[in-house]
Design a protein around this ligand. Structure first.
Ligand code: CMP
Length: 310
């Protein structure tokens, strides 16, 4: 009897062991699926980067009259604030299209999910959301043709599309995805063909509106930086064009109280000008010794200039 009970016990243990293994296998399979999805997404992003770096430069079949505008050279995001004056575009009124909160959130989330657009400023994203208007395509329609001049960026509200490059299917996309962004952002021709797999409802924004939003924010920022630089006594003797070049490369950085901006001994590559707040400069003569406060800096003061000398 004792042996039978032992065997039953051992069997129970084995069953429990098997159950735990099954659970582990399920967990690992789930993890594998997630990793596969991540790899797929990264592959897509990589393909997209490759597309804008090596555009195909094919014929412009949809709008042949625009052929002479075709550019294959990759450029930085196409809204450079240099040639235009803020007065030129500050008066441009952009047309807004009303949409419900769900659609607004979908567009915003789609932009934030897109590697090429997620770094736009939130104010720019919200303006794009406002300016997008609805368009629909029937199943089988060609929404974007590879090689064409592009004029619209889309966000999918509803439906499914498939993406082809050189007649090879790359992927399918569903609601909440941005597409058609590359030709507008990089001033290149359409890098792929996009076809509607089902009736598709999209939101669209045109190139001009998109660029106005980009430029306006860029110009406003540039004007703000110029104003700030001119208010800094140490920069007041600098010429307008020099200040403008500094304003072009300024980037705003934010630090919380107590954060280290520069660490003693670390190699530096950034020159800082304080626009708001106070900064404490300390030095430690030797390891284990107390920090000595050298100075306290505030608005208009700078530090990190040694980095520029290198
Ligand atoms: P654009 O080049 O303007 O027009 C075609 C669009 O297809 C492109 O922008 C991207 O939005 C999208 N696209 C291009 N390459 C890929 C890819 N490898 N995977 C998914 N989408 C892509």
């Amino acid at each position: 009897m004792g042996t039978l009970r032992d065997l039953q016990y051992a069997l129970q243990q084995k069953i429990e062991e098997l159950r735990q293994r099954d659970a582990l296998i399920d967990e690992l399979e789930l993890e594998l699926d997630q990793k596969d999805e991540l790899i797929q997404n990264l592959q897509t992003e990589l393909d997209k980067y490759r597309s804008v770096l090596q555009p195909t430069g094919q014929s412009v079949s949809e709008q042949p009259e625009l052929a002479e505008q075709q550019r294959t050279k990759r450029q930085a995001i196409s809204a450079e604030p240099t040639a235009l004056d803020i007065k030129d575009i500050s008066h441009v009124t952009l047309t807004c299209y009303s949409k419900n909160e769900k659609s607004q959130e979908l567009i915003k989330a789609a932009i934030l999910d897109n590697d090429f657009m997620k770094n736009l400023e939130m104010s720019q994203i919200l303006e794009i959301v406002d300016c997008m208007y609805p368009v629909e395509y029937n199943q089988g329609s060609c929404i974007i043709k590879e090689g064409d001049i592009g004029s619209l960026v889309y966000v999918m509200e509803d439906g499914k599309v498939e993406v082809f490059k050189d007649d090879v299917k790359l992927c399918e996309m569903g609601p909440g995805k941005v597409f058609g962004e590359l030709a507008i952002l990089y001033n290149c021709t359409r890098t792929a063909t996009v076809k509607a797999l089902s009736h598709t409802r999209l939101w669209a924004v045109d190139r001009q509106c998109f660029q106005t939003i980009m430029m306006r924010t860029g110009l406003i920022k540039h004007a703000e930086y110029m104003h700030f630089l001119k208010s800094v006594p140490s920069f007041q003797h600098l010429q307008e064009d020099v200040l403008s070049k500094i304003a072009d490369v300024l980037e705003e950085m934010h630090y919380d109280t107590g954060d280290y901006i520069i660490r003693q001994g670390a190699s530096g590559d950034t020159f800082f000008i304080i626009s708001k707040g106070k900064v404490m400069v300390t030095k430690q003569e030797a390891a284990g010794e107390e920090l000595v406060v050298l100075s306290t800096l505030s608005r208009g003061d700078w530090f990190g200039e040694q980095a520029l000398k290198g």
